[in-house]
Ligand binder design. Structure first.
Ligand code: ZN
Length: 92
């Protein structure tokens, strides 16, 4: 019996999930334009393909963090590279 993981930003596979999801809804190129159907259809498909994910528990976490559909997961749940606590400083 495999233990299913919950997909959260702390999950080691989060970036993999977020990348595929962003690509699936075209959120990466133009933030205002996406193919989001305002449901979790892409999320469910990706998590199913990744395997060993508790999809319902993961979606509950997304909703708790303001992600009520595929695009909102990218917008509100994904911490994104720019939110990380380091800044690129160029020192000469
Ligand atoms: Zn959406």
């Amino acid at each position: 019996m495999a233990l299913n993981e919950v997909m959260t930003p702390e999950n080691p596979r989060w970036n993999e999930f977020a990348d595929i999801l962003a690509e699936a809804i075209n959120a990466q190129d133009e933030p205002g334009v996406s193919d989001c159907k305002h449901d979790f259809s892409s999320t469910r498909k990706i998590l199913t393909e990744m395997g060993n994910i508790d999809i319902e528990a993961s979606i509950n976490v997304f909703m708790e963090n303001g992600g009520y559909c595929d695009c909102e997961i990218i917008l509100n749940v994904d911490p994104g590279p720019e939110d990380e606590d380091f800044e690129e400083e160029e020192e000469i």
